[in-house]
Design a binder for this molecule. Structure first.
Ligand code: 13P
Length: 248
């Protein structure tokens, strides 16, 4: 698998001015060949960042979107609004959205469908809680999240989706899954995708790992057979550290 996607999820960090500066610094960095670079600033910084990265290899992602296309949904942002700003990817189903905003697999499924219908690409996040891992349920949780989040999605649409495996206990904790443990779940996800679609399609899906990815552990993770990139939080907020991830 020669394709890697490294995405920076800036979460609730960086004002539009700060985001513009970080994006500018990233455009000045060299990136390894075969590595696609994506950054996900907050909604209010998207326009500024889009302007700064125009003409560069960096692609733009949003961190969330409404499942509705328009209407009386105060505070929401639609797929066509994001598309108009030059957004290509939308992160969906992040554990923080599941945990703090009550997003279920059903809501995530509706959002994936809205994103695909609008011609953007979802980055679908899945991953188990610490208790679930300790109870030996990590694989089952991930299989269920995939099955329910992808319900009713065609093979042609699946080819546009990126999966991000983010064990919740590894997010922002400095506790990375070992490359072996991470890869084991990636293989399980691919097997699940093969059963839902085909082995050929499952082999082509980009599956990122996320959870305390740092310059000093990225290489070992990316060396694993079924890991095709990273979804990075903390280490994506600084140009030098994110750039070093891009050159793994
Ligand atoms: P950290 O890299 O800060 O652990 O965050 C991971 C994450 O949640 C990316 O979406």
């Amino acid at each position: 698998m020669g394709r890697y996607i490294i995405a920076g999820n800036w979460k609730l960090n960086k004002t539009p001015s700060e985001a513009g500066e970080l994006a500018k610094a990233l455009t000045e960095q060299t990136v390894g060949a075969g590595c696609e670079v994506v950054i996900a600033p907050s909604h209010v910084a998207l326009a500024r960042v889009a302007e700064v990265i125009r003409g560069s290899r960096i692609k733009l992602a949003a961190q969330n979107v409404s499942q509705h296309s328009e209407g009386a949904y105060t505070g929401e942002t639609s797929v066509s609004m994001l598309k108009d700003l030059g957004v290509e990817y939308v992160i969906l189903g992040h554990s923080e959205r599941r945990q703090y905003y009550g997003e279920t697999n059903q809501i995530i499924n509706a959002k994936i469908k809205a994103v695909l219908a609008g011609g953007l690409k979802p980055i679908l996040c899945i991953g188990e809680l610490l208790e679930e891992r300790e109870e030996g349920k990590a694989a089952t949780v991930c299989r269920t999240q995939l099955e329910q989040s992808l319900a009713g999605i065609s093979a042609a649409d699946m080819a546009e989706i990126v999966i991000a495996y983010e064990p919740v206990w590894a997010i922002g904790t400095g506790k990375t899954a070992s490359p072996e443990d991470a890869n084991e779940i990636h293989v399980i996800c691919r097997e699940k995708l093969a059963s839902l679609y085909s082995e050929e399609l499952a082999g082509r899906v980009v599956i990122q790992y996320g959870g305390s990815v740092k310059p000093d552990n990225v290489r070992a993770l990316m060396a694993k057979s079924d890991i095709n990139g990273a979804l990075v939080g903390g280490a994506s907020l600084d140009a030098a550290s994110f750039a070093s991830l891009l050159r793994f």
